[in-house]
Design a protein around this ligand. Sequence first.
Ligand SMILES: Nc1nc2c(ncn2[C@@H]2O[C@H](COP(=O)(O)OP(=O)(O)OP(=O)(O)O)[C@@H](O)[C@H]2O)c(=O)[nH]1
Ligand SMILES: [Zn+2]
Length: 388
Amino acid sequence: MTPQGSRAAETQIDAARDSRILALRQVHRAVAELRRGTPVLLNGPDACLVVAAAETVGALGLAELSDAAHAAPVLLLAPMRAAAVLQRPVPHAPEDEGAVALRLNPTLTEPEVLRSLADPTADRMLPEQPERVTAPPLAHAAIALAKLGRLLPALVAAPAGPVAAARMSLLAVDAADVIDYPATAATSLTRVADARVPLEGARDARVVAFRAADGGIEHLAILVGTPERTAVEGGAPLVRAHSECFTGDLLGSLRCDCGPQLRGAIARMAADPAGGVLLYLAQEGRGIGLVNKLRAYTLQDGGLDTLDANRALGYGADERNFLVAATMLRVLGVERVRLLTNNPDKINGLAACGIEVLGREAHAFDPNGVNDGYLRTKAARFGHLLPE
Ligand SMILES: Nc1nc2c(ncn2[C@@H]2O[C@H](COP(=O)(O)OP(=O)(O)OP(=O)(O)O)[C@@H](O)[C@H]2O)c(=O)[nH]1
Ligand SMILES: [Zn+2]
């Protein structure tokens, strides 16, 4: 390649990197706006939609949304939540883009009523029964944006114009950037800190922190022994992809098996000559966030299991993204692994992201009298592999 050709290629790479950073920045800002009850404008190729999260919007945000809107707002709900609100199944309509729209008559636009429409743990008598209407374009991106903010996937939405939104100083974000965000953020992770942290039972442990270009919450890798050296020598260290669980890991909650799995993994790695990497992933509640996990617990106390509780909130059974774990392993130079897990999705998910899974070790702990049903559901409905 000529020097001019290589400079042109470099300029192209820089431009692509800058546009990824700008996209992440804008989506991250939009998430923060939704979380504080401010509307944002979603831009698509053929339409714009002004949206606000039903969970956080107040009178001011609703007024701003109406001022920017071209038509009356609707409420967008995930199909499972919509079926519960309408008290009937909602047949799938392809043009509805994975969201169900309900007409918002004035009695339904009180912030408290919107919150109860969004939240199955805050159900209350509605002043009137909402009616289903066709979902607007970009509804799926609106739901995706609320999920990125770990909010209930329920939004007030109306078609809008960019000029009106700009006049109101509302933040605008490309719908395509919202959809691409999880992958763009995961692949931008870099190593930002590395310290020796002797642990009980693993004195030679280190903690390495990873940050994505969006400035979001860091993910951590706990290195036990010398897994990087094992990898350089062609071996496969033990790896556990552990999603954070405030209640189980920190408080010792008996509702799940996370605490014993966390400490058990470190002990197991300390005993293995190849060492290990415990990825401590900021994916609380299988990716729905702590607040929604607490809501899911309330629903479970009402009789739902862990999978149906997620769905009742409008979330999928498991919202995690394995690209985060795969990128961290790649940065650490650990691309051949023996996985500590019972979850076949983790094996397939990491393999799909280019990590060579040479083996799997079961990582099961005895039920504790409280989490028995939870463990049974993981085996029966998530297909978790039980020890022989
Ligand atoms: N949404 C939801 N999340 C839960 C519940 N109980 C535990 N979790 C979360 O589930 C995650 C635990 O998953 P992992 O430890 O990665 O384990 P796993 O998917 O069960 O697979 P293993 O590798 O076999 O342990 C943590 O983020 C917990 O917060 C629940 O009832 N609802
Ligand atoms: Zn847990």
